[in-house]
Design a binder for this molecule. Sequence first.
Ligand code: CP
Length: 314
Amino acid sequence: MNSNSLVSIDDISRDEILDLLERARVFEQNPNHKILDGKVVATLFFEPSTRTRLSFETAVNRLGGRVIGFSDANTSSSAKGETLKDTIKMVSNYVDLIVMRHYLEGAARYATEVTDVPIINAGDGANQHPSQTMLDLYSIYKTQGTLENLTITMVGDLKYGRTVHSLLMAMRHFNPTFQFVACEELKMPKEYKVFCDQNGIRYTEHHDFSPEVINASDILYMTRVQRERFSDLMEYEKVKNLYTLHNSMLADSKPNLRVLHPLPRVNEIDVDVDDNPKAYYFEQARNGLYARQAIICKALGIDIYKELEKYPSK
Ligand code: CP
């Protein structure tokens, strides 16, 4: 296993998180340094994606590297029955880094066991989405000026939403208070509440998306109900529209409140929120470019400060 892989947010320390955030800030100042000249990165997406794949690929392209891969596994030989192990071993022959999204929890971890090429987990089932967490942390830091002592309200699909699972784990370093808003069927899984208890993280659980909950929040983290994880679509139909944020609901919210959403949204945020200055989800997605440039360079073992001196920006 290559120790530069990023499989779970729990694999990196508080200092490493803060270092990545600082590197993201450097890339935001100029995302076009050609420091990946000669590097080839594979993006293997066994599940659909817009932001994650395109921001990873943009990140590589803007840094002067090359990208190969697939956005639809049906166009790869996995459709002929090739195993994940064989796919990873084959692609490892061609590239310096693999970014992969897979529907099976643990797939990225497994991939690290069959190759020495670093792996970045771009989402594995309902488990983890660590690069999303880095851009979420960067967004929180940029909007709040700190990661410490914040009240973060997570709303929607807390059972299957891998982004909330990763973010919860990362925030353990920063003394958060969580409010979990979900219906019974989609509440935060026990293992993550045990994680909170073990790490001294305060949390409360709510069925109602009430003014009290909203007005106590620094960050409102909305999530989509993950239709693709339901084996019974009747169950999905019952819960899909339970929580929708409307602009009027933000009237008495804290001045510093920001609304985040990993996107795509379906019905969780009404479009009337989009013009509210507290809506931050589109900027959040843009931050993904800079966070992922930082992650890619770390995975490739590139000392960006040294390299940036050699490659003037264009
Ligand atoms: N946030 C996120 O993972 O979006 P995509 O599914 O479009 O990559």
